[in-house]
Design a protein around this ligand. Structure first.
Ligand code: DLL
Length: 433
């Protein structure tokens, strides 16, 4: 179902006109309310009224994650704190997280965007939706919650974890829609299989999965094991959380909510627009955000952009699945992290050599496993076994606490991690998506 046909199926001309008006307004808002943007625009002598066409946006500089980090915690906010009604934070950056703020209008819009995505794949007020994204500082749980609430579906705010209980809930409360990370859906499906639960006891019909990369093969596995239809949904905290783009029943790309977000695709090396038909880095400009508006934000996410009209009737352009990242962010069990975060913790210890490798595995029937192999200095490795065990335990504790993720540390002999003359491969991802 198309939740908001007036907007989702408007003509190309009306959409571009609406985007232009909203862009002019948001440039004014950031120029006069966010010091960072005023400085950036002043450097190139750009005033908001200089924007006459959508193409003029290209004159403005990109905003990067580094810029947002430097603005910690509130310097990117475009309204006084008294107008902010909710805060969220992103995971995945080194040190302090990014803090994003929502005004009451932002929350209203966020609800609309997520409701569109849910309606698109057939969720209605007759559904019982189990939201097994984390409810907390990250955006998954509460983002879907707002959307499902707007739609009038019955919400089970299950949050993450406690998998057996999730399955009990699914059966007893007659869940019809499951929203969670795709790797968690595979895990739950395999657990259901291993527990010999007859699928007749389940009422599930739709799955809405995002927040990490997944593949057509994973879609097939989930659909076959749970006998549901599985859909992709994309978003990021900085832009709003879930609700940036969603799949429709055509299942060949995710519609960007283009009346809220202006999309560009760039070559991450040249920073020029990606060539027609080429993959590139997604760049978004928020068109209506009040609390935390961003202009030309480089997401780091690599995808294709499809502009042909979709058979579902929506006008909005589609992105392909996310193929990778232009930086080295990795996503393990839905938790986003950078090798530099791990490195920083390792180097708080004296007896380690500066050589490490991050290995990610996914055994069958299991969730992702994170192993950190790190070399110990030659003189330390041989003598003191008890000392090594203590070092390993200490490192594991620090890493688990910093990353909020279970992980195993393996202390290895000096010189056992292969050196190359160029960039050493720090991340070995053995998962097959
Ligand atoms: O992951 C928001 C979200 C929650 C989206 C629930 C969908 C469902 P962050 O934690 O800020 O926000 O992480 C954003 O996750 O830049 C991508 O690299 C990755 N990502 C999000 N959705 C997808 C997806 C949420 N469908 C980062 N496919 C983004 C691949 C995804 N990667």
């Amino acid at each position: 179902m198309i939740l908001n046909p007036k907007l989702e199926t408007m003509s190309e001309n009306s959409l571009r006109q609406l985007q232009l008006e909203r862009l002019q307004a948001i440039l004014n808002r950031v120029y006069y309310n966010v010091e960072y943007y005023k400085t950036k625009f002043d450097e190139i002598k750009f005033l908001p009224e200089h924007l006459k066409t959508l193409n003029d946006l290209k004159k403005l500089p990109f905003t990067t994650k580094e810029d947002l980090k430097a603005a910690y915690p509130y310097k990117m906010f475009a309204v006084p704190l008294r107008d902010i009604v909710q805060l969220h934070t992103s995971t995945g950056s080194t040190g302090k997280p990014l803090v994003v703020g929502y005004t009451r209008n932002d929350l209203k819009h966020w609800a609309e965007l997520n409701a569109r995505g849910l309606a698109a794949v057939g969720v209605t007020q007759d559904d019982m939706i189990q939201i097994a994204y984390h409810y907390g500082m990250t955006t998954g749980g509460l983002g879907f919650h707002l959307g499902a609430n707007k739609l009038g579906a019955s919400i089970i705010p299950a949050s993450t974890g406690n998998s057996k209980k999730q399955i009990d809930i699914m059966i007893d409360y007659k869940t019809t829609v499951l929203a969670c990370a795709p790797s968690y859906a595979v895990y739950l499906a395999e657990l259901i299989e291993n527990m010999n639960i007859d699928l007749k006891n389940l009422y599930l019909r739709i799955g809405i999965f995002g927040s990490e990369p997944w593949s057509e093969k994973m879609r097939e596995t989930i659909e076959n094991k749970l006998k549901i239809k599985a859909y992709d949904v994309y978003g990021l905290t900085e832009i709003i959380g879930p609700g940036v783009a969603f799949e429709c029943p055509e299942k060949n790309g995710l519609h960007i909510n283009e009346d809220y977000f202006l999309v560009e695709l760039i070559n991450p090396n040249t920073l020029q627009p990606a060539k027609e038909g080429e993959a590139g880095e997604l760049v978004f400009t928020t068109l209506l955000k009040e609390g935390y508006p961003l202009i030309r934000y480089r997401t780091g996410d690599i995808a294709f952009l499809q502009k042909e009209k979709c058979r579902c009737g929506r006008i909005f352009a589609k992105i392909s699945r996310i193929y990778g990242r232009s930086d080295d962010m990795i996503i393990v069990k839905g938790v986003k992290l950078f090798p530099s975060q791990i490195e920083k913790i390792l180097f708080t210890e004296e007896n380690l050599a500066p050589h490490y490798q991050i290995v990610i595995k996914r055994e069958k029937n299991a969730l992702d496993e994170l192993e950190i192999k790190v070399e110990v200095l030659e003189e330390v490795f041989t003598d003191d076994v008890a000392g090594l065990t203590k070092l390993k335990d200490r490192l594991e504790k620090k890493l688990i606490s910093e990353l909020s993720l279970q992980c195993k540390v393996s202390l290895v002999e000096y010189n056992s991690i292969i050196r190359t003359d160029g960039k050493t491969k720090k991340v070995i991802d053995l998962r097959e998506l």
